[in-house]
Design a protein around this ligand. Structure first.
Ligand code: NAG
Ligand code: NAG
Ligand code: NAG
Length: 806
């Protein structure tokens, strides 16, 4: 047999094998590629053929996707864009006898979703040899057969296609038979053994021949069968089928034992020669699993569960044989009809989970592919997700859907979504399936810490211990982990010129604020500062809150006696005219208390007096009045010890001593004449005395003038002076500020200082200033005329100034 023409065809086709046909009409590409190539063999460059940017392939997660459960035979090299072989591709296994073996893939790219179809035409190589259905063919031929009689032989089958399929048959040289191959029949070749020389049973009872089938591959493969001819005595007719091809339709999932088809053949002979039996002569292994052929009745029944999706068509060759072994052939084609028996399948092709909460609406978060293995309407699939979530499905290409956001996401409100995807086909009844995916929302630091209160205030008793916890601030941040971890700190600022950090410290984790030192109400009564709460995100977010600290007073200050003032070693003396009547105002003790409220509510008591009962003191005014008229019997020198108490719990007190001289004339006090100025007195005291004497002298002059005027008007010399005790403002500490004309102190702060107010009924008063001093027992009065006299214009009143020393 000459194979040269086939080899030539093969060479031409070989050129086609590697020819790439890039079809750009639909953005698709198709390649033609031989089967059985090594893994990694390059099929073509997808990036080039589709015009994709090679550098962006991995970023866009380029990948090959297949339909259904088909193996992924190809892969894309993300670095080069080349399509390579990933699995062994066996054309015969994939496409059987189909002339065109097409594998469909998709290349899927994300961001944005892009899909291209890749059609891979698998071309055949000659990797299969022709195979006869049986190793041995038995023929029984009568010796009376004429020259030219022909006997059909089952043809050989080669799984390869085209030129690689069976191309030629050759028969071993012999005396009786030649081969007649008739190929105009489109159901394959008909091979007939034709008698070339009459048989003679007496000469040769049996003839053995070898038939060889050769395919057209390079090199060609071949298969052989032995034909065993037995020479018979009598004549016979072969059975004849009622149809040359039986074609039937069968629904998939039909029950077992369903009658698929019934074949019948008749034989003109009588007796055993006319008894026809049927058998499969050529049938695929899969068909043998599903169909049985009754030997005598010719009924083909279902013995397995046929599945349209596995195989939509089965072809079986059936042989009818009579008793003598003469046979004829027919073909049964069973078309399997689709039933909507496959639920749509949902494949999550990609899912960006977790997705940051700050993605803009319209962001693609996932790609979903739905497939249905049924055909026609049964595979038309609709896809949906539940309502009321900020997502929707957008059909992008064929059965691919993008899951996109429709609204802003907020992890602090909904941290995850369970999205149920439902796919329904259009079969009747329709089938559906669903899949739930959990989409997590990732945190972004988008919430600053928020304080639980708009402002905080704390009340702290003064004289607190350092480390005392003043108050606690708390802020919450709903963000996740470090984005929601709050750290507190003091915002540096000044309180009365001191950095706030020198007063307080804050625990960064707990928000507890501690005092660093002891507070003094008298130093400052309240202060404010800012606390910053910052989260640990990057960049961090922060907020601040004002904390006010109010310091509460404690009775930690004793009353301070302003008048009579206690300074240096001196004390003061008041003069009381002998004519003074009971009820006359003689003097006034003035005291202040640096505390506030009850702690500064002062009361005055005379604790000791030279003539008890002669003087009284207003409990709250501190005004000292004569209780009786003055008599000669009264001691000229009166000493009062006044105690001033505040009203705090555990009240504090101070005492002072007051010297009163009941006289109209200083000369009546003989002891005073001897008194001399003490040179050792300090210069400061000296100047103070000058100042005080000046004021006192001025005042006394004023009073004398008034008195003189009164004397002119009244018969009875009654000293009346409607006024109040005037306190020189120099006595008042700066905090206690002004003194008005009535001797009343007005304070800046409420209840800061309680002072005795001027009496409405003050009749008379002297205000004379003296240097202060402690009050020891052995006091002596010294007249200070010696230096007072030096002051111009004060000569007349200089006698009123005394310095008392011991
Ligand atoms: C989603 O489902 C998971 C478990 O399947 C559950 O833990 C989660 O709470 C669900 N989320 C929502 C928002 O229903
Ligand atoms: C915190 O937020 C940032 C963005 O602001 C984000 O990148 C980070 O992953 C978040 N951290 C956590 C623990 O979620
Ligand atoms: C405190 O917060 C306010 C707004 O709440 C802001 O305007 C101000 O700048 C903050 N102060 C500091 C010192 O950060």
């Amino acid at each position: 047999m000459d194979l040269k023409p086939f080899a030539a065809v093969k060479v031409i086709l070989a050129y086609c094998f590697f020819m790439v046909m890039a079809n750009s009409a639909f953005g698709d590409v198709s390649y033609s590629f031989p089967e059985e190539m090594k893994r990694g063999s390059v099929i073509g460059n997808l990036a080039k053929d589709l015009g994709l940017n090679v550098n962006r392939l991995s970023a866009r997660r380029a990948r090959i996707d297949t339909e259904g459960n088909l193996k992924r035979y190809c892969d894309i090299n993300a670095n080069t864009g080349e399509l390579t072989v990933a699995e062994r591709i066996d054309r015969e296994g994939l496409c059987k006898e189909k002339m065109s073996c097409l594998l469909n893939f998709y290349i899927v790219l994300e961001n944005p979703l892009e899909l291209h179809r890749i059609a891979l035409q698998i071309t055949d190589i000659n990797d299969n040899s022709p195979v006869f259905p049986r190793n041995l063919i038995k023929l029984e031929i009568t010796e009376s057969a004429y020259k030219g009689s022909s006997y059909r032989i089952n043809d050989a089958h080669d799984s390869d296609i085209g030129v690689n399929a069976v191309q030629a048959y050759s028969l071993q040289n012999n005396a009786y038979f030649i081969l007649n191959v008739n190929s105009n029949n489109n159901e394959g070749k008909q091979i007939n053994l034709v008698l070339d020389k009459e048989l003679d049973r007496e000469l040769e009872k049996e003839v053995s021949l070898i038939l060889t089938a050769v395919d057209g591959g390079t090199p060609p493969n071949s298969g052989t069968v032995t034909i065993h001819v037995t020479v018979l005595d009598a004549n016979d007719n072969a059975p004849v089928f009622s149809e040359s091809v039986y074609e039937v339709n069968l629904s998939e999932n039909s029950p077992i034992d369903t009658l698929v088809a019934s074949v019948s053949a008749t034989d003109a002979d009588e007796g055993p020669n006319g008894e026809v039996t049927y058998e499969f002569s050529r049938v695929s292994d899969t068909a043998r699993k599903f169909f049985s052929l009754d030997k005598t009745s010719g009924e083909i029944r279902l013995i397995g569960q046929v599945d349209f999706e596995e195989d939509a068509i089965y072809e079986m060759q059936i042989e009818a044989k009579d008793g003598y072994g003469l046979s004829s052939f027919s073909k049964v084609i069973v078309n399997i009809l689709d039933v909507n028996d496959n639920n749509p399948m949902i494949y999550i092709k990609s899912l960006n989970s977790p997705v940051p909460e700050n993605v803009v609406p319209g962001t693609e978060v996932g790609i979903i592919n739905v497939q249905d293995r049924d055909s026609e309407n049964n595979r038309q699939v609709h896809c949906s997700i539940q309502q009321n979530i900020p997502f929707k499905l957008v059909q992008s290409i064929k059965n691919y859907f993008s899951l996109v956001t429709t609204d802003a996401l907020d992890r602090e409100i909904i941290p995850d979504y369970n999205i149920t995807i439902t796919a329904t086909d259009e079969g009747s009844p329709p089938l559906s399936s669903s899949k739930t995916i959990q989409l997590l929302i990732a945190d972004v630091n988008d919430n600053p810490p928020v304080f639980e209160e708009q402002f905080y205030s704390a009340h702290v008793k003064e004289n607190n211990k350092p480390g005392f916890s003043v108050c606690k601030v708390a802020a919450t941040d709903p963000d996740w982990r470090q984005n929601g971890t709050v750290v507190y700190s003091l915002l540096s600022s000044d309180v009365n010129g001191m950095p706030v950090a020198s007063l307080l410290s804050i625990n960064g984790d707990t928000g507890v604020i501690h005092a660093v030192r002891s507070f003094d109400y008298e130093q400052f009564k309240s202060f404010r500062f800012l606390i910053l709460a910052r989260d640990n995100g990057s960049p961090p977010l922060s907020s601040n809150v004002t904390v006010s600290v109010f310091i509460m007073d404690e009775n930690d200050n004793s009353p301070q006696i302003l008048y009579p003032s206690l300074e240096g070693n001196s004390f003061m003396t008041e003069m009381v005219p002998k004519a003074a009547q009971s009820g006359s105002l003689v003097s006034k003790v003035i005291a202040v208390d640096a505390d506030s409220g009850q702690n500064a509510w002062l009361s005055y008591h005379i604790v000791k007096a030279t003539d008890p009962g002669l003087f009284t003191i207003g409990e709250h005014s501190g005004e000292i009045r004569l209780q009786k008229d003055v008599y000669e019997s009264n001691n000229m020198k009166q000493n009062l010890i006044v105690s001033v108490k505040d009203n705090g719990e555990a009240s504090l007190s101070a005492t002072c001593s007051l010297y009163l001289l009941i006289t109209d004339n200083l000369a009546e006090v003989p002891e005073l004449k001897d008194m001399a100025y003490d040179e050792s007195s300090s210069k400061l005291t000296f100047y103070l005395i000058i100042a005080l004497v000046s004021v006192s002298t001025f005042f006394l002059t004023f009073i004398i003038i008034i008195l003189a005027m009164k004397f002119c008007h009244r018969r009875k010399p009654r000293l009346l002076f409607d006024g109040a005790v005037a306190i020189p403002s120099a006595y008042l500490p700066p905090n206690y500020a002004e003194v008005d004309g009535m001797g009343t102190l007005r304070s800046i702060y409420n209840y800061d200082a309680y002072l005795t107010t001027g009496s409405q009924t003050s009749d008379f008063k002297f205000v004379t200033s003296y240097n202060d001093g402690t009050l020891p027992v052995d006091l002596t009065l010294k007249k200070t005329q010696s230096f007072v006299g030096e002051l111009d214009g004060f000569d007349e009143v200089s006698n009123d100034s005394f310095q008392v020393r011991h």
